[in-house]
Structure formats: structure tokens, C-alpha cells
Design a binder for this molecule. Structure first.
Ligand SMILES: *[C@@H]1O[C@H](CO)[C@@H](O)[C@H](O)[C@H]1NC(C)=O
Ligand SMILES: *[C@@H]1O[C@H](CO)[C@@H](O)[C@H](O)[C@H]1NC(C)=O
Ligand SMILES: *[C@@H]1O[C@H](CO)[C@@H](O)[C@H](O)[C@H]1NC(C)=O
Length: 216
């Protein structure tokens, strides 16, 4: 009885895990037709007769981008939107350039696990596990180090070296998405009711007004 129960639980767990990821392809490739007005879960396929080798190449990660902007980092995403051949393949990547001191504030990648490789510099990275444990895993990565951020967990990065830093993140979704905790919480349109935010942060609404004024 107990073992049957366990097996059922295991099956359920396996199913919910499998459903959380991009679906498997039903053909060799489905280069996205980004112009199509048809809406599906992903993009419709370009006619395979018109697909060429060039569709399977993305050229454009060769340049260091100037990360000396207000945020202190610059992310060059290579998701299905920039690279239509990724459609249905459940994969994407990003080049992350950091200015000295650049911080990517706490955020969630809702649809992918992220595997991060530091190519240059020193990058502090950390993630926090879910309710109710809230355990922080944190380390400084350097050139050649690889770190994995499990799907759906809050994480952050910071360039802690003296110079520029550069990393490549690979993700198991064609469209991993990002939830920036600060912007999503305090910069929504319209705003989340202030008493709710005051309750969350255990402060009064005067302080919430002040925080919200930092977000557009
Ligand atoms: C990067 O951008 C900053 C701010 O716009 C500018 O001051 C700086 O000269 C730029 N650096 C390079 C190498 O282009
Ligand atoms: C809100 O909280 C701050 C910090 O505790 C306090 O200084 C301020 O007086 C409070 N404002 C009101 C309206 O209660
Ligand atoms: C947060 O939103 C502002 C606009 O209000 C934008 O300029 C900024 O880049 C966003 N921050 C991040 C980390 O995406």
C-alpha cells in the first residue's frame, strides 16, 4: 500500500517536472516565422523549403558591449526572438557584460535553469531556495568557473573584480523570461495596493511611496 502510494507520488512529481519545461519538438526543426499573425505556444514554422544554413547561425556575440550604463551591466539575449531557429528546441543563451561594480539585482528566470560560465573577471553569484528554508548559496566565480542556478529561484550577480567581467549563460528554454523583483514589485502598472506592499516589507505606506518613486 505504502509503496504504491510512493510510486504514485513519484509519477506525479515526474509529470509536474516534465510539464515545467519547453515541449519536445515534433519535427527536425521549426525555424520561427516571427512575422506570422498566428498565435501558438511558441511560433509557427517558416516553410522548411525556404530554410537555409544561415537560419542556424547567430552572429553577434563577438563584441563587448558598453556596460557603463545606469545598471552597470548589459545583457545580449540570444533567445528565439533574436535567433528564430531556437523555436521548439528548448534552449537559448545570453552574453552578460559587467562594468566594474555592476549588479544584476535579485530576479527570477521563470522558465529555465541557467548554467553560467565566467569568461573574464570575478562574478559574485547567489541564489536562495524557496519557502520555508530560504537558504542562500553564494560564491565568487572566476574565468572558467561554471555555476548552475536551478529553475525558478531568486538569484543575483555582481562584478566584484577591479575590471570588466563577462559571462555566458545558457538556458533550457527558447524564451526563458525574467522577473526583476524590484521592478515587478514596485514598478507595476498599475501599482500593487500599497497596504499589500507595506505588509510584505513590514513598513508603513509612507516608506512604500518613497520606494515606488524610484520606479517608473
Ligand atoms: C561607455 O559609456 C559611458 C557612458 O555612456 C561613456 O562615458 C564611456 O566613454 C563608454 N565607454 C566606451 C569604451 O565606449
Ligand atoms: C513610517 O515609518 C518611518 C520609519 O519607521 C517613520 O519615521 C515614520 O514616521 C512613519 N510614518 C508614519 C506616517 O507612520
Ligand atoms: C527597471 O525598470 C526601469 C524602468 O522603470 C528600467 O529602466 C530598468 O532597466 C529596469 N531594471 C532592470 C534591472 O531591468
Amino acid at each position: 500500500m505504502t509503496s504504491r502510494f510512493l510510486l504514485f507520488g513519484l509519477l506525479l512529481a515526474t509529470c509536474s517536472l516534465a510539464f515545467a519545461y519547453d515541449p519536445s519538438p515534433l519535427q527536425d526543426f521549426c525555424v520561427a516565422d516571427l512575422q506570422s499573425i498566428v498565435r501558438v505556444n511558441g511560433f509557427v514554422c517558416k516553410d522548411p523549403r525556404f530554410v537555409t544554413t544561415e537560419d542556424f547561425v547567430y552572429r553577434g556575440l563577438n563584441n563587448r558591449l558598453n556596460a557603463s550604463n545606469v545598471l552597470g551591466f548589459y545583457i545580449t539575449g540570444v533567445t528565439v526572438s533574436q535567433f528564430p531557429a531556437l523555436n521548439t528546441l528548448g534552449i537559448s543563451l545570453a552574453r552578460i557584460d559587467f562594468a566594474p561594480g555592476g549588479i544584476i539585482s535579485p530576479h527570477i528566470v521563470p522558465r529555465a535553469t541557467e548554467i553560467l560560465t565566467v569568461i573574464e573577471g570575478y562574478v559574485l553569484v547567489g541564489f536562495v531556495t524557496s519557502n520555508p528554508v530560504y537558504r542562500l548559496f553564494e560564491t565568487v566565480l572566476q574565468k572558467g568557473d561554471v555555476f548552475v542556478i536551478p529553475e525558478g529561484l531568486i538569484h543575483f550577480l555582481k562584478n566584484v573584480g577591479d575590471g570588466y567581467a563577462f559571462a555566458i549563460a545558457a538556458l533550457n528554454s527558447q524564451n526563458p523570461g525574467v522577473i526583476t523583483i524590484g521592478n515587478d514589485t514596485f514598478g507595476s502598472h498599475p501599482r500593487i495596493p500599497q497596504d499589500i506592499l507595506a505588509n510584505m516589507l513590514r513598513v508603513n505606506t509612507t516608506i512604500i511611496t518613497e520606494i515606488e518613486s524610484n520606479f517608473q
